[in-house]
Design a protein around this ligand. Structure first.
Ligand code: UT7
Length: 334
């Protein structure tokens, strides 16, 4: 039997949405014992957007999805699949993908949520790519969306200063093979790191109870220094590896679009690949860490700033809870 020819997958549209309300470092000074200088020097964050109470991840996810579809010139009813990487779904079930499907009128789609924490967007993109390459789907929507403010302990300065809310979405479609599109991805998980960054309660092991709430177990818990050590090495190494196995170096990269957790983690990858500042996308100052939304949001900002042209080599890189980490290479096709 003749081998089936694989199709090529590329990003053809990008969108984002985030709450209007801005919380600055100076605002945080009034809430916990911290200061603007510490936050800027240790993380690179100046401000983040925070949703009003009652706004779920689906709301900004749907808005980002509609912008991405418009950018791609695709109608909602032409979407075959919706994959939603998130750690802050509207509810544990049903999937936020279902809610977004209904909100945008994607009447012919199926889909699911994917939990890969800060690497969730890269994991979802890899699934979208496989669906397109195999011919199982023609158009896949990947929507990273987070309301991190809902799971933060606003009395814990170690964590509450780090995160923000927002959503970023991409449309992945079959493209002409010569345009290359998404061409390699190197992804990892290592659950021995689970204990360093997690939300202890609310799942099956510690269901929500008066006790779990009193013990603040439904919030993000992080041993920042431990996560930092792994992130700084992991993100740089995996990005270098995926470039190397394609015969590429930092010189070939037009834009590195890393997960935005800490400017010092981003700079470690930048140094390892020998990249100039203009080769690195930084949005953490404006948005903080938006977990699974940070990479697609940064892609949208890059487009708005005119930093991406057809054919440019783009490297995406992430590290997050799990641990999860990885890097993806693509030629720009949106
Ligand atoms: O996106 C998912 C993956 N997550 C990450 O990649 C996060 C990785 N970790 C980090 O980015 C960093 O570890 C943090 C930004 C979370 C913390 O930075 P750090 O340089 O590792 O600081 P630290 O935790 O070692 O704390 C240094 C000091 C401590 O005081 P002592 O013990 O030295 O007296 C903290 O209590 O800074 C103190 N501190 C603060 N001071 C002012 C911690 N948080 C704050 C704060 N304001 N908000």
């Amino acid at each position: 039997m003749a081998a089936r020819t694989l199709l090529t997958a590329g990003i053809t549209g990008v969108g984002m949405s985030y709450p209007d309300r801005i919380l600055t470092n100076h605002d945080l000074e009034k809430m916990v014992e911290t200061n603007d200088q510490w936050i800027v020097e240790r993380t690179g964050i100046r401000e983040r957007h925070i949703a009003e109470k009652g706004v779920g991840a689906s709301e900004h996810g749907a808005k980002a999805a509609l912008q991405a579809l418009e950018h791609a010139g695709v109608r909602p009813d032409q979407v075959d699949q919706i994959i939603v990487p998130t750690v802050t779904p509207d509810m544990i079930f049903p999937a936020t993908a279902c809610l977004i499907q209904d909100m945008i009128g994607a009447s012919n789609a199926w889909g699911y949520d994917l939990e890969g924490a800060c690497s969730g967007f890269l994991f979802a993109l890899q699934n979208a790519r496989a669906q397109i390459e195999s011919g199982a789907a023609r158009r896949v929507l990947v929507v990273g969306t987070e309301i991190m403010s809902a799971i933060l302990n606003w009395e814990d300065r170690n964590t509450c200063i780090l995160f923000g809310d927002g959503a970023g979405a991409v449309v992945v479609e079959a493209i002409d093979t010569e345009r290359q599109g998404i061409f390699d991805s190197l992804l990892h998980i290592d659950g021995s790191g689970a204990k360093y960054l997690y939300q202890p309660a609310g799942g099956s092991r510690i269901p929500p109870s008066a006790e779990s709430v009193a013990a603040k177990q439904h919030y993000v818990h992080q041993e920042g220094r431990e996560v930092f050590k792994f992130a700084v090495k992991g993100m740089a190494k995996v990005t270098e590896e995926v470039l190397e196995r394609n015969g590429l170096t930092g010189k070939d990269v037009k834009l590195l679009v890393p997960h935005q957790a800490n400017i010092r983690i981003i700079e470690a990858t930048q140094r390892r690949l020998n990249l100039d500042d203009e080769q690195v996308m930084v949005t953490i100052d404006r948005f903080g860490n938006t977990t699974a939304a940070s990479i697609p949001m940064a892609l949208r900002v890059a487009i708005d700033e005119g930093r991406l042209q057809e054919g440019d080599l783009v490297a995406l890189a992430a590290f997050g809870a799990g641990f999860t980490w990885g890097a993806t290479l693509l030629r720009w096709t949106a």
